[in-house]
Design a protein around this ligand. Structure first.
Ligand code: 9D3
Length: 247
């Protein structure tokens, strides 16, 4: 897969994204990253990419021309049918289903804005989708672009090892994870749940699934709602809630 980032701080994205899983994907040739800076497509001596908003108000707006030229330059480096995604607070919320859809694409151009906003005509003319990470305020789209690249890269075939990819399509899908423990068995008077030391793999799997269901129900009820519980799942959740009462 080919990804281009259009940003006035392209090196910021590169620095972070070239570590870990994404870095490995790139080194193995499973992912190629490209960067375009709108500042490189300005004509004036100050290399101006922003200007004051029509109608007045605070902040500056990313200008159409440098943005459009940078996106077009990115298109020329990428497969013809690449998707152009703008990271913005006005976007739909990015989720795993979107990451999975993106992982099937030949290429993707991520436009990360700074300033108060982007000239809407740039979005109308060049952008296919707008995405947000959620309802909080960041100072630009670069960190969101990094998040999208990370989430998509780890879904590309061959990027994760067998064990890691197996975990992805397990029966825990759509739920929060169960709790994890490692050595020592007891620390500061805090013990590992006995079932995890039992060696009974069926009991361990059942306990973990119960924890995952229970924690999801308490912390993210909408995730459990979406599942439409079977009788067996309902029973596990009831058991979890019973066990919660006595501490
Ligand atoms: C305080 C400024 N806001 C006025 C109501 C508007 C605003 C403009 C630009 C808020 C944030 C930004 C920059 N943010 C992003 O580009 C961004 C973002 C975010 O802030 N939160 C979650 N996801 C994203 S994706 C891109």
């Amino acid at each position: 897969m080919h990804i281009a980032v259009v940003s006035i701080f392209p090196e910021m994205v590169g620095q972070v994204v070239e570590y870990g899983v994404v870095g490995r994907a790139e080194k193995r040739g499973l992912l190629s990253l490209h960067y375009e800076n709108p500042r490189d497509y300005t004509e004036d001596s100050h290399r101006t990419v922003d200007d004051r908003p029509y109608g007045g108000g605070p902040g500056m707006v990313l200008k159409y021309e440098p943005g459009a030229k940078a996106i077009r330059a990115a298109r020329n480096k990428l497969p013809a049918d690449s998707l152009v995604v703008c990271l913005s607070p006005q976007g739909a919320i990015f989720d795993q289903a979107t990451a999975q859809r993106f992982a099937k694409l030949p290429g993707m151009i991520l436009l990360a804005g700074r300033y108060e906003g982007i000239d809407e005509r740039l979005i109308d003319a060049e952008v296919d989708e707008e995405l947000s990470l959620g309802d909080f305020v960041m100072s630009g789209g670069e960190i969101a672009a990094m998040a999208v690249i990370d989430a998509v890269a780890r879904l590309l075939p061959g990027v994760l090892g067998d064990e890691e990819s197996a975990a992805q399509d397990s029966f825990m899908q759509g739920l929060l994870d169960h709790p994890h423990y490692t050595r020592p068995e007891s620390v500061d008077g805090l013990k590992v749940p006995a079932v995890l030391l039992s060696g009974d793999h069926a009991r361990i799997a059942r306990w973990r699934y119960k924890q995952a269901l229970g924690r999801s129900f308490l912390r993210r009820p909408e995730l459990v709602e979406r599942l439409k519980l079977s009788q067996e799942q309902r029973k596990l959740l009831d058991e979890f809630l019973q066990e919660q009462v006595r501490v």
